[in-house]
Write a protein that binds this ligand. Structure first.
Ligand SMILES: [Zn+2]
Length: 319
């Protein structure tokens, strides 16, 4: 063993990281080489001094991480490349020893092998000019909410924790649950065009008899259309919702009630016209007749009054 390698190994041995197969060779070398023995005792002399130096205490996490990285790195070294890698790492360590003896020795002591990580640790500990702010957030995302604020004592630095909204796109069949759920969300979008599009697509699904079953909780596609019919501010959207609900008027009391409500109260004449034309299949229902009677005398639109009256007559003539 040459002196250069022996001195590298001395440090490893000192901290218990020297593989057994190298230990005996090192021992033999030390018996014959006074210079290397001097190196060893110099190393032993460093430690009491280190103990008196103020050193940032690595956290238990850092120590555990260092230990794991050492094990990983040793595992990753191919058998024939072991000594080469060991030596290469050693020169890194020796470089750090010169620039930051206390810290580097301490970290070697806990089995640290990654020069890169040590570098980052040192950089993080060094006082340095800070940028105004740093952010790892993609440019497209939108801040949804601030969840916490930490101020570093006696400094200008503040840590702000927040959630963000990242735009995403999904493509799929109208029959897929993800797409339907998104379309139902879109029916309450503040953007008129998005609401109109989503209600139209959901209405066409209902007309085709797909995934439009009534649910007790009022959710689902049919529930979304009922909400749009009752509350959407755009008459075009309310019309589309009516179209989607048309085929359920005879079997779903909630649909019938919502259509009656539209006929009686919708401010838009086109919506009221569409509503009255939907009611023929349920014209015998007493609540329907009650509304038709009121509308046939009170609606401001003569056409709607006439159609309501005729529908009412139709129901009377059958009875
Ligand atoms: Zn020597």
């Amino acid at each position: 063993m040459k002196c250069e390698m022996a001195r590298d190994n001395v440090i490893l041995a000192y901290y218990g990281e020297l593989p057994d197969e190298l230990a005996s060779t090192l021992e033999q070398h030390l018996m014959t080489c006074e210079e290397c023995r001097a190196e060893l005792s110099a190393l032993e002399g460093i430690e009491p001094q280190l103990a008196t130096l103020p050193v940032a205490e690595p956290t238990p996490n850092l120590l555990a991480q260092s230990r794991m990285r050492l094990d990983d790195a040793l595992d990753a070294i191919p058998p024939h490349g072991f000594f080469t890698r060991l030596r290469a790492n050693f020169f890194l360590w020796v470089g750090h020893l010169r620039s930051a003896p206390a810290l580097a020795t301490l970290l070697i002591g806990v089995g640290f092998i990654g020069g890169n990580f040590l570098n980052r640790y040192e950089v993080a500990k060094q006082p340095q000019p800070q940028p105004a702010s740093t952010s790892s957030v993609p440019a497209q995302s939108v801040v949804a909410s601030v969840t916490g604020i930490d101020r570093t004592p006696d400094s200008e630095m503040v840590q702000v924790h927040y959630n963000r909204i990242v735009p995403e796109t999904i493509e799929g069949s109208l029959d897929s649950k993800e797409i339907r759920d998104l379309l139902m969300k879109a029916t309450t979008s503040p953007t008129d065009g998005i609401r109109a599009n989503s209600v139209q697509l959901l209405a066409s699904e209902c007309k085709a008899g797909h995934e439009c079953a009534a649910r007790d909780d009022g959710k689902g596609v049919r529930g979304a259309l009922l909400v749009s019919l009752r509350y959407d501010k755009d008459p075009g959207v309310r019309l589309k919702a009516l179209e989607g609900l048309e085929s359920y008027i005879g079997q779903d009391r909630r649909v019938r009630d919502a259509v009656l409500e539209s006929l009686a109260h919708d401010p838009d004449a086109q919506v009221r016209m569409a509503a009255v034309s939907l009611l023929t299949p349920v014209q015998h229902d007493s609540s329907v007749r009650q509304v038709l009677r009121t509308v046939s005398t009170q609606d401001e639109n003569p056409y709607i009054r006439t159609v309501s009256y005729n529908t009412l007559q139709g129901s009377d003539s059958i009875q």
